[in-house]
Design a protein around this ligand. Structure first.
Ligand SMILES: Cc1cc2nc3c(=O)[nH]c(=O)nc-3n(C[C@H](O)[C@H](O)[C@H](O)COP(=O)(O)O)c2cc1C
Length: 369
């Protein structure tokens, strides 16, 4: 029997299987508000058969957007724009719904990828970024403001306010973005954090701000829902974060009452040498799973159903998330279920496409009506 297709409960949320659609920025929002692109993109993915669909990195304040096209949840207008998208996914789709709350920190104020990425120019509407330390992400990037106590409190409160909005909207799960070089990660990593106060220096100090945010969000996010963080398994640079650090951070999150972590990597330094190969981040997830008392999700070049099955069956992670695999094949979980002899949710409107309803004769003469 497939382990990938056995149910999993994260916090108070029961998932039909251990497959998630990973958060994916679409750079298609207007002033942080979702558009009809989000409705069709997420609506389609809610039919994918995955137990969980996580909405893209969603900024908790306007200055925390990666690009001007990034989704936000910092205004009444942002909240109102997400409402029909959620309603659509809930009405027609089978997946439980999560949202990733984020602040891009020193990597904010960037161009959308199809306009070349990299920092916006003043003429393009660049805004002042903020970070753990006043260190630019790379040559040609602006130096962020080093956040002071007032700035930290403002951003912490912005995460709390966005979590309240996410609850009001009816999301089942909130994931804080603590990876890919964005603000929370930039505090934990010694590459981007060179502060001399209580938020810099030792790992305990560098974890302090993300853990403050985690505690503040935990205090307002209902226990019968699910709460997690995407964390960093490796910075891929000498002296950067390692899987051992990730395990310590994950255990602190467990103590803070978090239900899961998703273990990703990279993004804090353009000098990183990331060794990308199928399942390349699974070893980081396995280290966290062995050492921390928390549900662990693995992500990163998980593409084949048997590969995903083995990761879960061998106990290297409790569940998996896929990003590009679902863009390429929005019915990935249906096809994984076929490959593994399992079942995945399929709406009645599409059931005539399922292979087991297509006996050989019908394949030769596909149904006409
Ligand atoms: C189009 C696109 C947008 C992404 N946006 C996000 C995001 O909003 N938040 C995040 O944590 N990761 C984001 N990622 C990273 C993915 O969630 C995932 O971790 C990464 O692509 C590796 O998984 P994959 O090999 O299955 O694609 C994005 C990836 C892609 C391809």
């Amino acid at each position: 029997m497939s382990r990938l297709f056995t149910p999993l409960t994260i916090g108070g949320v029961a998932l039909a299987n251990r497959i998630a659609v990973s958060p994916m920025c679409q750079y298609s929002a207007v002033d942080g508000s979702a558009t009809d692109w989000h409705a069709q993109h997420l609506g389609s993915l809610s039919l994918s058969g995955a137990g969980l669909l996580i909405f893209e990195a969603t900024a908790v304040e306007a200055a925390g957007r990666i690009t001007p096209g990034c989704l936000g949840l910092y205004s009444d207008a942002n909240e109102a724009a997400l409402e029909p998208v959620l309603a659509l996914c809930r009405r027609w789709g089978g997946a439980r719904l999560g949202i990733q709350l984020a602040h891009a920190g020193r990597k904010a104020s960037a161009k959308v990828p199809w306009r070349g990425g990299g920092p916006l120019s003043a003429a393009e509407g660049a805004w002042q970024t903020a970070g753990a330390s006043a260190i630019p992400f790379d040559d040609g990037w602006p130096a962020p403001h080093e956040l002071d106590a007032g700035g930290l409190a403002r951003i912490c409160e912005a995460f709390v306010a966005a979590a309240r909005r996410a609850h009001r909207l009816g999301f089942d799960l909130v994931e804080l973005h603590g990876a890919h070089g964005y603000l929370l990660h930039s505090f934990v990593s010694p590459v981007s954090n060179q502060r001399r106060d209580d938020y810099g220096g030792s790992l305990a100090n560098r974890m302090r701000f993300p853990l403050d945010v985690a505690a503040a969000v935990r205090a307002v996010w209902p226990r019968d829902k699910a709460l997690g963080m995407r964390i960093t398994g490796s910075d891929w640079v000498e002296g950067g974060l390692t899987a051992a650090d990730a395990a310590i951070f994950a255990q602190e999150l467990a103590v803070a009452g978090f239900d899961y972590v998703c273990v990703s990597s990279g993004g804090v330094s353009p000098k990183a040498h990331v060794h990308v190969s199928p399942g390349y981040q699974v070893p980081f997830a396995a280290t966290v799973k062995a050492r921390a008392d928390i549900v662990v999700q693995s992500v990163g070049m998980i593409v084949d159903p048997h590969q995903a099955e083995a990761i879960v069956a061998e106990g290297r992670a409790d569940c998996v998330a896929l990003a590009r695999g679902f863009l390429d094949d929005p019915r990935w979980a249906w096809h994984a279920a076929d490959a593994l002899g399992a079942e995945a949710a399929c709406p009645p409107q599409y059931q005539r496409a399922r292979p087991k309803l297509w006996p050989g004769a019908a394949l030769a003469h596909p149904p006409r009506n």
